[in-house]
Ligand binder design. Structure first.
Ligand code: NAP
Length: 500
């Protein structure tokens, strides 16, 4: 039996990949590599550098529980601070030597007769691993609408995730297309400097108060000296989110409270009845991600800002023409139109047992996995933030930590099965699990009828975890051995194994 080059190959050095790497080290596993296609870590927090970029989940919760940072400057810290936090984790846990930067894995193939994965990068280098951890994240493929006339437009265009910092927006006529999580952070920032800002809204978002606050040096000192206080703060943030999360899962009373809060927020900021009408959502709160901002609504009332709700018909050489025939001259178009998330499309090709192509299958059927982590026919492959593990109400880092716990137990099980073993989730187990997820989604706000990026081309919601995160944590504490077929390669022949 040939030994793999490494035990575990992690693809992606964002929160997921780094969290897994830290925990591998902490549990005495040092045979792993982290492949990162860019020249630094950070994932989405490296890529998104637009003005105002910050996390809309509180920083004390949007960070690893095992790597608390007492020095967060604000309740919702900016992108640069989150990126620094991740870089500090790399230093603090000695991860640098495990990360292979500028290495874009484009192919990973399961070699059944050797029970290992062969990974190939864009430069043609090959490495073998017993287990692959897919931690590429769901939000890394910017979605740019194909607008008629885009090739004629003579101004500048870019997506919010690829912000062009060489373009000076001061004094320019700018269009922001989209009013999602990124746009509502961008608009207040650039409205201060541009000459004219046209915000093109297709669907009005729900916006809740953000109430951002600075952590004073005093409190930072308290968190530093008394970790238990910081831990309690984190717990309070967590349980409040879980509580309000109930509103998305069918609790009408909390839902009504939340809806009233967002409405009050809107009405306090906007007095113009016409603008109020335009920005009042016409679907159930939570069906699309609820946004948090204190400065988005006020920005819309600035004299240099216009909220446009007429559909975009086309671009001309000098501006944007809406369906009513109006042309607005613009110098810069910023697409804040989100990401392709629900239909995992990737340059990465994953080939499993019998030549099966994972993303090809997912593209047809909609992505699905057991626990959002393992897919039948693709053994020894574990996804982080995979299908139906995204959240609308709490910190994704909590989900990642649950998944890493599961990964560690999965590795323990694999060790127990011995050299040459692989674990393949049983198809009927995966089916039953996903039928359960879809059934559970029926009673939630995400099934209330709006169009959102949570829904895949197949019409199924393939992104959202339809329950509280405590439930997911409980489910992922241990791997159920009976959910997996355990196989072993002996002398290049595959045999069934049983482990308890
Ligand atoms: P998004 O929330 O999906 O918003 C995209 C916006 O673009 C929506 O308003 C959408 O309108 C609009 N749009 C899309 N295609 C369009 C078209 N052809 N014409 C006109 N409008 C169009 O995207 P995002 O703002 O980039 O955020 C994506 C996700 O990233 C978020 O949901 C969140 O999970 C994450 N994010 C998180 C943070 C954070 O602080 N944690 C910050 C930014 C982003 P419709 O609503 O009508 O589709």
């Amino acid at each position: 039996m040939t030994k793999p080059d490494v035990d575990v190959a992690i693809i992606g050095a964002g929160f997921g990949g780094l969290g897994a790497a830290i925990k591998l080290l902490q549990t005495g596993r040092n045979s792993f590599v982290v492949f990162e296609r860019a020249e630094e870590v950070g994932g989405t927090w490296r890529e998104n550098t637009y003005p105002g970029c910050a996390c809309d989940v509180a920083s004390h919760l949007y960070s690893f529980s095992f790597a608390p940072n007492p020095r967060w400057s604000r309740k919702f810290s900016p992108q640069s601070e989150i990126l620094t936090y991740l870089k500090n984790c790399v230093e603090q846990y000695g991860l640098q030597k495990y990360i292979r930067y500028n290495t874009d894995i484009i192919r990973t193939e399961f070699l059944e007769d050797r029970a290992l994965w062969q990974l190939t990068d864009r430069a043609g280098n090959v490495l073998t691993a017993r287990v692959v951890v897919g931690a590429t994240g769901p939000l890394n493929r910017p979605s740019v609408p194909k607008l008629k006339g885009a090739d004629l437009f003579r101004g500048t265009m870019f997506h919010s995730a690829n912000w062009d910092h060489t373009v000076d927006l001061a004094g320019k006529r700018v269009a922001v297309i989209g009013t999602g999580a990124s746009a509502i952070q961008i608009v207040p920032e650039i409205a201060k400097i541009v000459r004219q800002l046209s915000v093109f809204q297709r669907t009005a978002p729900y916006v809740a108060p953000r109430l951002n606050q600075n952590y004073s040096p005093f409190w930072q000192g308290v968190y530093q000296r008394f970790p238990a206080v910081q831990k309690t703060h984190r717990s309070v943030l967590y349980w409040l989110n879980e509580f309000f999360g109930l509103s998305f899962l069918g609790n009408d009373t909390i839902h009504k409270l939340g809806t009233a809060k967002t409405r009050k927020h809107l009405e306090a900021a906007i007095s113009d009845p016409e603008l109020r009408r335009k920005i009042t959502p016409d679907y159930k709160m939570g069906c699309k991600r609820v946004l948090v901002s204190d400065d988005y609504y006020p920005a819309l009332t600035r004299p240099n800002v216009e909220l446009v709700t007429d559909r975009i018909a086309e671009l001309s050489a000098t501006g944007i023409i809406t369906s009513d025939g109006t042309e607005r001259p613009v110098d810069v178009v910023i697409f804040s139109t989100g990401f392709v998330a629900a239909d995992i499309i990737s340059d990465l090709h994953i080939t499993g047992l019998n030549g099966r192509n994972l993303f090809g299958e997912w593209f047809k059927t909609g992505p699905e996995a057991y626990m959002g982590m393992t897919a039948s026919g693709f053994p020894n492959l574990v996804f982080l933030v995979g299908p139906n593990t995204g959240l609308g109400h709490n910190s994704i880092i909590h989900m990642i930590e649950s998944q890493v716990t599961y990964l560690l137990d999965y590795l323990r099980l694999l060790d127990k099965a011995g050299e040459g073993a692989y674990l393949d989730v049983k198809p009927d187990v995966q089916r039953a699990y996903n039928d359960g997820i879809q059934e559970q989604l029926k009673g939630t706000v995400w099934a209330s009828g709006c169009a959102s990026w949570y829904i895949s081309e197949t019409g199924r919601n393939t992104t959202i975890w339809p329950a509280l995160t405590v439930t997911y944590r409980k489910l992922t504490r241990r791997v159920k051995p009976e959910a997996y077929a355990v196989k072993k390669v002996v002398d290049r022949e595959t045999v069934n194994e049983a482990i308890g």
